[in-house]
Design a protein around this ligand. Sequence first.
Ligand code: E4P
Length: 217
Amino acid sequence: MKFFIDSANIDEIRDAASMGVLDGVTTNPSLVSKEGRNYRELLDEILEVVDGPISAEVVATDKEGILKEGRALAAIHENIVVKIPLIPEGIKALNVLSDEGIKVNVTLCFSPTQALIAAKAGAAYISPFVGRLDDISHDGMDLIEQIVTIYDNYAFDTEVLVASIRHPLHLAQAAEMGADVATIPYSTITKIFKHPLTDSGLERFLSDWKESGQQLI
Ligand code: E4P
């Protein structure tokens, strides 16, 4: 399973990358806007820190505009994956971009049929948003199960990229379901390490060691 970080904050990206388990990055216009930085400079820095797929999102909503922005983003670096919203104009642009060999991550997916049409049109990744579905009392993880089944049934190459992850349980369930990628916010990455038995266990080991009076090195 690939781990991406869902962030446009360079410090968070650097810290996650330093753990050696980071395979890529996803950004979106909201995350970029929070940073208050020049988009191009930010992308260049991210590309330096992470050698893997970096999703950069278009903001145009018409086919020609999406094509123009998508080609410009893809031209920045071979690791850039163009992120396109799951709207009819986006699907039309996706067909063209994928024929040109440009990798596309189709975002804002909330249903299995949306995922199906994105795969048929040549998406490299589909991004179903589990947390936002949970927010409106739908089980977001049910959608992941449906998409994994549908893609397996027809051997689609499109990778299932679980997005809008809110807590480690989403990540565990995504892994159980065989999702290809999880894009994880930094706050959730830090939560993976939080377990009271880990903390109390370490405290006990350290105090016992201190009491023994031994030196390790
Ligand atoms: C996906 O690529 C999006 O950037 C992201 O996961 C959205 O998450 P949110 O619902 O926490 O904003």
